[in-house]
Design a protein around this ligand. Sequence first.
Ligand code: TGC
Ligand code: FAD
Length: 428
Amino acid sequence: MSRVLFKRFPQRVLLRAQFTHGARSYASTSPASQFDWQDPLGSKNLLTEEELAISETAERYCQGHLLPRVLQAYRDEHYDPKILEEMGELGLLGATINGYGCAGVSTVAGALITRAVERVDSGYRSSMSVQSSLAMGAIHDFGSPEQKEKYLPEMAKGKIIGAFGLTEPNHGSDPGSMEAVAREHPQKKGYYLLKGSKTWITNSPIANVLVVWAKLQETGKIRGFLVDRKECPPGTLETPAIKNKTGLRASITGMIHLEDCPVPTENMFPEIEGLKGPFACLNSARYGIALGVMGALEDCIDRARTYALERKQFKGNPLAKYQLVQKKLADAATDAAYGTLAAIQVGRLKDERKATPEMISMIKRQNCDRALHNARVLQEIFGGNAVSDEYMVGRHVANLYVTQTYEGQSDIHSLILGRAITGIQAFV
Ligand code: TGC
Ligand code: FAD
């Protein structure tokens, strides 16, 4: 149960004002049936008390502590690693994991946290997702008992930072063709030497432990290794930052260069081999993105609605009076509401072990595509002001391009779905 989140934040605080402007209520219905533009299909009714409380705790932290610094961080392309410690304090890291100081909340509750973070910035969510789902998730699901004890408790506190290295310069959508290789150390028994490069790796420049997927030279099978920065001899591990990004600038992204880096055999995941290792981790992270991007879209809706109500053009009318503007808001609110319900449904199935990877591909693809499309259309409501970063919407648009690209670009998820629908593999 979510003991960490509750112990630290026992009281429930509603962060966001409940607006009902323009909503019609009918005499024959109770006030509870009023239309709420912020939750048009009443998704809150599908959440438990505990999930609502967790969501509110996360929203309170994000609006109070992340929002005030995101603009400058994005301008400076700066990520403050202290953010992960703050999240760890609140029990937001690895929240769905049971034990090791983690909160052990439901899959939906975990994704409500990603939504709260992404309402501020996809980059902050990215850093948290990599820590929680990809690095901690991999260690939790595939690590030995010693690996779990060594890393998970400190990672839950944000004191050890993780990264997940799958993508390579020549192999992104097709990680099965990876070139990174692990060979037995010719002189030192019980060690592998890792050689290869990974690129576009979130958190890599600041990571203490890097989950690296590489092929064993002798078998060609993909295995996962925990590359612990402090155990690597000088010159065997480099993690340069990739600078001047056009999106996700509030997160830190880099490369991983391994030059015959010695890694002890006990740092290899003991059992898991093949692509299903990294892909199993991706299922959780992709799920978190599916609800996360709804937070970014909801923030765009909120800001565009406020702007449209305040900005007057033609005879003193607010932009919100014009049908074309209203349609943009209606389209976006509909996609946000549908996307949220779909994510909650898949989350419930995931906890019952009834979710398939294809379901996750479907919601990851649909929600990222719709979030990007609608954010881009809502941007138009701000006219020239959209070009100023202070209006925030342009930052979301740039970020949402990335969410549609990583963890399987949308067309790749189309092919995964197409394969499941037709039985024919399109990408061989
Ligand atoms: P394929 O033959 O389909 O599968 C190989 C093996 O993997 C198993 N598998 C899965 N297992 C669990 N969950 C899934 N979702 C799985 N998908 C596949 C599969 O059953 C098989 O197992 P076995 O036992 O038979 O060996 O492999 P393929 O090479 O044909 O795959 C093609 C394709 C397109 C599906 C796949 O390569 C793909 O998904 N590509 C996208 C790559 C990707 O998502 N990269 C993400 C990198 S990490 C990242 O972006 C983090 S960003 C984080 C942030 O900042 O938030
Ligand atoms: P490519 O694979 O070269 O694809 C380019 C285009 O071609 C895409 O539109 C794709 O859909 C299309 N395409 C490819 N193959 C086909 C096909 N068969 N049929 C039709 N279309 C196809 N990776 C990690 O491992 N860890 C991380 O932490 C991580 N963080 C990231 C952070 C950021 C900011 C970014 C931008 C990326 C990150 N990635 C990470 C990498 C990300 O997962 C890859 O960028 C993504 O998987 C796509 O790979 P690629 O960029 O090599 O594109």
